[in-house]
Each structure stands twice: as structure tokens, then as C-alpha cells.
Design a protein around this ligand. Structure first.
Ligand SMILES: O=C(O)CC[C@@H](O)C(=O)O
Ligand SMILES: [Zn+2]
Length: 483
């Protein structure tokens, strides 16, 4: 049980050794949860101590698996008593190192808090524990004849608590908004160990500060979300996907505007030819059409009638006539639609073996083409030997910029070079009044760059809020902001 790593973790906890021996503390922790729900074996520490970022070396001291809000509350009180940090862990699909434990913390995994607790057909809401997996919620909604629209490639493993803690967006934001927009109530345990029921699932409740929204996007730094009541909506009709080859990047916005004048899109995504190349090389997915284009746009809409389909065809032809679109394909069945989606949704996984350096930046939609060109010029100049992959939710002004590590370059040297260029990239983000993290959160990886998007005084207010909810800096310490 007492691996060297396990003991080393405790040494890093300021003042802890003086208070209690590690073994004794683990015994005390075990009393707070069900039998077998504290793990200290090396495999568990490595697995639950990190998310998808994989940049940092995990060094938690223990992993604890509560089953109820009350158990989470006892863990938080215990952490305050012993002055030990807690790191929340959901599906561990985060890309900003928001769920990594690098400093002798206890990881609180929500894997066993995965129950759907209640469903109200007339309110169209579903109450979930925060460890419910996104896809589990989507499937449940479908069984009720309804729809949970927040969706992303990691829906099969990401958990609701993590989605809410990063206000996850994904591929349907243009129509349905972010995770925040679907929350009618939250139960949380604050860093003080208080249980708060926020908004009582009400649609209308104008009674002052909406604390619910403070916890959404807070990455567990104010407290942990233990339950969430989520809204559902009607199921979409006949979702149809168009993939268009674009002659130039700036055309992405012309095409978007042309379609939006007549059709409510449920998605508007883009990816470069290089990005698609990785997906095609990685798995058995077909190219959308024979010809090549430097960029592609993926549009999705509800083909509710033949008239809508005719409109879409007419708009496509207009885009071709204007010279914006060089080729295109439209899905004729659900399976075809899913296959076209794979071209976009498979990108992140297909480039993962190349140890990508990730950026997730945004500006208002109208500024996208100019912004993208400026950033592209900077990264191309400074990374002449690196492969640059562009894709993202361009209809929301959100671009994913991935720089791939050349096989013969050491990881440390590669990241060092990427960090040098950050300054120029984020200066452009600042100039355009954009965001250094559009949907992946701040975690550890974007903390040093927060000042490019949030003013110094705003960050001071954020610290003030943190002090109110978590005065001992127990909850996901070191993430988003430092106290
Ligand atoms: O891997 C990335 O950079 C983005 C991942 C995800 O947000 C996506 O849009 O596919
Ligand atoms: Zn994304």
C-alpha cells in the first residue's frame, strides 16, 4: 500500500506530517466512504491522477470514490481539517489539465455517483448525479422521446460534473448553446463544506446573485457539483449533413451567412485538409468527395421538409457560383450523416499520437477570418518545421489550433518552443478581444495566460470569490487562479 510515491505525496503537504501520519489519515478517509472506495495503488494513482493533457506527472496520495453528496461533504471537511487539496475527477477528458493532481492531493472521483435520480416529463428536466456520462444522459433523454443537445466527441466518457465545471460546448453550440444553458438546478458542496441547492430547478427565479452560474465553469475551484438538474428539449427532425470544400478560408464566413439567412443550422464546423488527412489515415473513413480543398465546412440542419432540402441545394449552388465552394456532398441517410461527422469528430483522436500542443481560442464570429489569418501567419513564421492543424467550431468563433510534435524532437524541447510562441498568439487574441480558452477551461495549461482575456481587476474579483467559497484553498488548488 505505501508505495514511495504515496509517501512522497504526503511530504509535499505543508504541515501535514506534523498533524497525522499518512497511514492514519488514509484510515480516517476510509471511514468517510463505502468499503473499498479509497485506493492508493500505483495504477489507480496514475490513472485517476490525470486527464487527457498528459503533460504533467500525476502525484496524488489517494483516490476516493464517494457515493453521495453527504460523503463528498465529509471528504471536504476532512480536507479542510488536514489542509490537503482535493482534485475532482470525472471522465478525465479535459484538455487544460484541470483534473490533474500533481501535488500530493486527494483525487475525488465521481465514477460511483452515476445515477439518474429523477425525471419530470412536464418540466422536461432530469436530475442526475454528477458522474452521469454525457452519452448516458443523451440516451436517457431519447428513451423519454426527448433530446439532450450538448454533444462532443468525448460524449462516451465525459461526465456531467466535468462538463459543467468547464461549461463544455462542443459541436451544437451554434443552435443549442453551452452546458450552462441546460442547467435548471445544482447541488454543490462548497470549499467550506456547506451543501447548497442552487436555483431549485426553477425556470424563473430572480432573487439576486445566481450562484449556480458561478459553479459552472469554475473547474471545481469553489466546490464540487454533486447533482445537476438538466433541461431537455424536443428531438430534432431528420438531421442532415453537408460537407463543403472551400477555396479559401475567408469564404467560411460568407458560406455561413448565406446559409443562416434561410436555414437555422444545428452545427457549423470547419477543418483543414491536413486535419482531415489525419482522420483518413487513422481509421476507415471515406473522403467526402474526390477533389481536394484546402478547407472544409461541415453544416448540419433539420431537413424538416422537401422545401428545406430544396433551399439547402439552392444555397449550395449559390456558394459554388460565388466561387466560395469547390465541391460538396450531402447526407442521404442517418448513417451517411454520421460518417460525415466522423471526418470532424475524429480529428482530436487522430492527431493525439503526435503529442499536439493545443490552443482553443475564440473571437466574435465576424472577426474570425482576419483573426485566423493573423494567427496562422505568426505560427507559420515561428514554427516553419511543425505541422499546424486547424479545425473547430467556426460558427461560434471558436478555433482549435494544434501544433504537432515532429517525431525526432524531444517533448520538452517541443513544448518549450510552443510556449515561446504563445506570447504572440495571445497578443493577437487580446488585440481582437478574444478568449485564450473558448471551451476547454483554464486548468493549469492556460492559467498563466488568463490576463490576456481577463483584466487584472477582474482576476482580483475572481480571487475574492474563491476566498468566500474556499478560504483554505482546498478545492482544486492551483487551477484557474492562484491565491
Ligand atoms: O483536440 C482539440 O484541440 C479539440 C477537441 C474538441 O474540443 C473538439 O472540438 O474536437
Ligand atoms: Zn472543440
Amino acid at each position: 500500500m505505501e508505495s514511495p510515491l504515496f509517501l512522497a505525496g504526503f511530504e509535499r503537504i505543508k504541515g501535514f506530517e506534523r498533524a497525522m501520519a499518512p497511514e492514519q489519515m488514509i484510515e480516517e478517509l476510509k471511514n468517510l466512504v463505502d468499503e473499498g472506495k479509497v485506493r492508493v495503488d500505483e495504477d489507480s494513482l496514475q490513472t485517476f491522477g490525470k486527464d487527457w493533457t498528459k503533460i504533467h506527472e500525476p502525484k496524488p496520495v489517494a483516490i476516493v470514490f464517494p457515493k453521495s453528496t453527504e460523503q463528498v461533504q465529509s471528504i471536504v471537511k476532512f480536507a479542510n481539517k488536514h489542509n490537503i487539496g482535493l482534485v475532482p475527477s470525472g471522465g478525465r477528458t479535459g484538455l487544460s489539465a484541470g483534473a490533474v493532481a500533481t501535488n500530493g492531493e486527494i483525487v475525488v472521483s465521481f465514477d460511483y455517483m452515476n445515477q439518474i435520480l429523477d425525471f419530470s416529463p412536464s418540466d422536461r428536466t432530469v436530475k442526475c448525479q454528477s458522474g452521469v456520462i454525457t452519452e448516458q444522459l443523451q440516451d436517457y433523454a431519447e428513451q423519454q422521446g426527448l433530446y439532450y443537445p450538448v454533444d462532443f466527441a468525448s460524449a462516451g466518457s465525459s461526465q456531467l460534473g466535468g462538463n459543467l465545471s468547464t461549461n463544455a460546448g462542443g459541436i451544437k453550440v451554434i443552435r443549442y448553446g453551452m452546458s450552462r444553458d441546460w442547467v435548471s438546478g445544482l447541488k454543490v458542496v462548497t470549499g467550506n463544506g456547506d451543501i447548497l441547492e442552487l436555483n431549485k430547478d426553477l425556470e424563473k427565479n430572480n432573487t439576486g446573485y445566481d450562484i449556480r452560474h458561478l459553479f459552472i465553469g469554475a473547474e471545481g475551484t469553489l466546490g464540487f457539483i454533486t447533482e445537476a438538474t438538466m433541461k431537455l428539449t424536443r428531438q430534432p427532425t431528420n438531421l442532415t449533413v453537408l460537407v463543403l470544400g472551400l477555396s479559401d478560408l475567408t469564404n467560411t464566413m460568407d458560406v455561413l451567412q448565406t446559409f443562416q439567412q434561410q436555414i437555422d443550422l444545428t452545427a457549423y464546423e470547419f477543418f483543414s485538409h491536413q486535419a482531415m488527412g489525419h482522420v483518413l489515415a487513422h481509421g476507415d473513413v471515406q473522403a467526402p468527395f474526390e477533389g481536394e480543398a484546402p478547407y472544409y465546412a461541415l453544416l448540419e440542419f433539420e431537413a424538416t421538409s422537401d422545401a428545406v432540402m430544396d433551399d439547402a441545394m439552392a444555397l449550395f449552388e449559390k456558394c459554388v457560383e460565388e466561387g466560395w465552394v469547390v465541391d460538396g456532398v450531402i447526407s442521404q441517410s442517418e448513417t451517411q450523416a454520421q460518417n460525415l461527422w466522423r471526418l470532424r469528430e475524429g480529428i482530436s483522436e487522430s492527431i493525439a499520437p503526435h503529442t499536439p500542443y493545443k490552443n482553443d481560442i475564440s473571437v466574435v464570429v465576424s472577426k474570425v477570418p482576419q483573426f485566423l489569418q493573423e494567427i496562422d501567419a505568426v505560427v507559420t513564421e515561428h514554427y516553419p518545421d511543425f505541422e499546424i492543424i486547424w479545425f473547430g467550431h467556426i460558427g461560434d468563433g471558436n478555433l482549435h489550433l494544434n501544433i504537432l510534435k515532429p517525431a525526432d524532437l524531444a517533448k520538452e524541447e517541443f513544448f518549450e518552443k510552443c510556449l515561446q510562441v504563445n506570447k504572440w498568439v495571445f497578443e493577437i487574441v487580446e488585440k481582437y478581444n478574444g478568449s485564450v480558452s473558448a471551451e476547454h477551461g483554464v486548468g493549469l495549461t492556460k492559467k498563466d495566460y488568463l490576463g490576456y482575456t481577463r483584466s487584472a481587476i477582474e482576476i482580483e474579483y475572481m480571487k475574492g470569490i474563491k476566498r468566500v467559497f474556499d478560504p483554505n484553498n482546498i478545492m482544486n488548488p492551483g487551477k484557474v487562479i492562484d491565491l
